[in-house]
Design a protein around this ligand. Structure first.
Ligand SMILES: Nc1ncnc2c1ncn2[C@@H]1O[C@H](COP(=O)(O)OP(=O)(O)OP(=O)(O)O)[C@@H](O)[C@H]1O
Ligand SMILES: [Mg+2]
Length: 411
């Protein structure tokens, strides 16, 4: 836990800053001061890791005090806040190292805090509060990976793959993973992973409180599957609440979660709502789930066309995953080779049909990584998790299925 002291003579902005800081679980608000002239003594007594100075109540006095602090405590990191860019510049000349422009947004504050405390005190990758490792980890290292899972039609296994991929990733102790159920009307990710002591909080509550959303609030909204460590943000409990969730809410929630999680897995609806499109824009990789039947493959072509024509060229992020390979019930005699020809791009991954394992885990409300880890479908999803992180050879498409790790397809 890193210790912070703040000075701001204006009560309202001091209170806003205090509220923001109380929502950050890797800092401790050690001291709060309402007068610039007393702050020097406050610092000498509390010796925090970071001093935050709001300049606007009296810029001259604040800048003078920063000059003194920088001389007396050269190792103290100083972060300044102001509406006035000129004042911020002067504060840097006097010895402040970081600054934020008013009004301060939580995301900006978090990234400034991580930079300031990381550089000055070597903030570690895990934070400890009350002697326990925090469930939300302020991360320093690699950027988090956002994986959107999109179905080419209903029932192709989007949720099955999203849930089990997320749980597989979460089962690695080096990962912190959150699954977001963005199938806002009819989502069922919380059936596939049953969570003990589930509070009635969902993405709708986050959307309603988006203005005061901080890390603590966010943490409370995510339920945790203890066996794997997977955190889940549920779909609205009442279908009529889906209207309160807008694309900007999804953007903010995903941005905030990226600070704390190594992987975010997004289970999307097939309605192409603005919330789905935002999720697709925010994704690093889009798993487009298909089956070897005409309706699904035709939609893969249509979706590729749509995504290729977006401003962000989202088509480049698409990885086609064929699910239930080998199932006579769903396949229509279309070979993988033919499927690749039809969709005009390689199949990234093939997931075998394994009704027994999939249904047993779903009925138990457990992800397969815990319920039946040795099943061929779970072994395959483990491979998919590695392939997505670039740590394993990509499973074969139709063209080189003999060389692949997991090639269950019929030619
Ligand atoms: N690899 C698989 N092997 C066997 N059965 C599977 C496999 N993947 C999914 N299923 C089955 O397919 C059905 C639909 O799966 P799921 O609910 O994951 O699909 P979905 O695309 O999310 O559906 P929806 O359109 O309702 O959101 C379920 O009964 C599930 O058990
Ligand atoms: Mg689903």
């Amino acid at each position: 836990m890193q210790r912070v002291a703040i000075v701001d003579p204006t009560e309202s902005s001091r209170e806003t800053l205090r509220t923001l800081l109380l929502g950050v679980d890797f800092v401790w608000l050690e001291a709060e001061c309402a007068r610039y002239e007393y702050f020097f003594d406050v610092i000498a007594q509390s010796m925090p890791d970071l001093a935050i100075v709001s300049l606007d109540a009296d810029k001259q006095r604040a800048l003078h005090m920063i000059g003194q602090l920088a001389v007396e405590h050269p190792k103290l990191a100083i972060l300044t806040i102001s509406k006035d860019h000129q004042a911020l510049l002067l504060s840097l000349q006097r010895g402040a190292k970081y600054f934020l422009t008013e009004p301060v947004e939580l995301e900006d504050l978090l990234s400034a805090l991580r930079r300031a405390l990381g550089e000055n005190t070597g903030l570690q990758e895990t934070s400890v509060s009350n002697g326990q490792v925090s469930s939300v980890i302020p991360r320093q290292a690699a950027p988090s990976s956002v994986i959107a899972v999109l179905g080419s039609r209903g029932g192709v296994g989007t949720t099955t793959l999203a849930v089990n991929l997320a749980a597989t990733l979460a089962n690695d102790p080096n990962h912190a993973v959150a699954l977001l159920d963005l199938d806002l009307a009819l989502g069922d990710a919380d059936i596939a992973v049953e969570v003990q002591g589930m509070e009635n909080i969902s993405i709708a509550d986050l959307a309603r409180n988006i203005q005061r959303l901080d890390m603590n609030f966010l943490k409370r909204a995510l339920v945790k599957h203890e066996a794997t460590g997977l955190s889940i943000l549920r779909h609205p409990l009442e279908i009529q609440d889906m209207g309160v969730i807008h694309e900007s809410h999804v953007e903010r929630i995903v941005n905030l979660l990226k600070i704390s999680y190594t992987h975010l897995v997004l289970d999307l609806s097939k309605a192409f709502l603005p919330t789905d499109l935002m999720a697709l824009r925010m994704a690093d990789q889009i798993l487009l789930v298909a089956q070897l039947e005409l309706g699904s493959l035709r939609n893969v072509v249509r979706l590729n066309h749509l995504l290729n024509n977006t401003e962000e060229q989202l088509g480049e992020r698409v990885r086609v995953v064929v699910n239930r390979v080998g199932s006579e019930a769903v396949e229509e005699g279309i070979s993988l080779k033919k499927a690749e020809e039809v969709i005009g791009r390689p199949i990234f991954w093939q997931v075998p049909n394994d009704s027994k394992a999939v249904i047993a885990a779903r009925v138990a409300g457990q992800p397969m990584v815990k319920h039946n880890p040795k099943s061929k479908v779970q072994q395959n999803i483990q491979g998919l998790a590695l392939a997505l992180s670039g740590k394993a050879p990509v499973a074969a498409g139709a063209t080189d299925s003999k060389k692949g790790w997991f090639s269950f397809g019929k030619k």
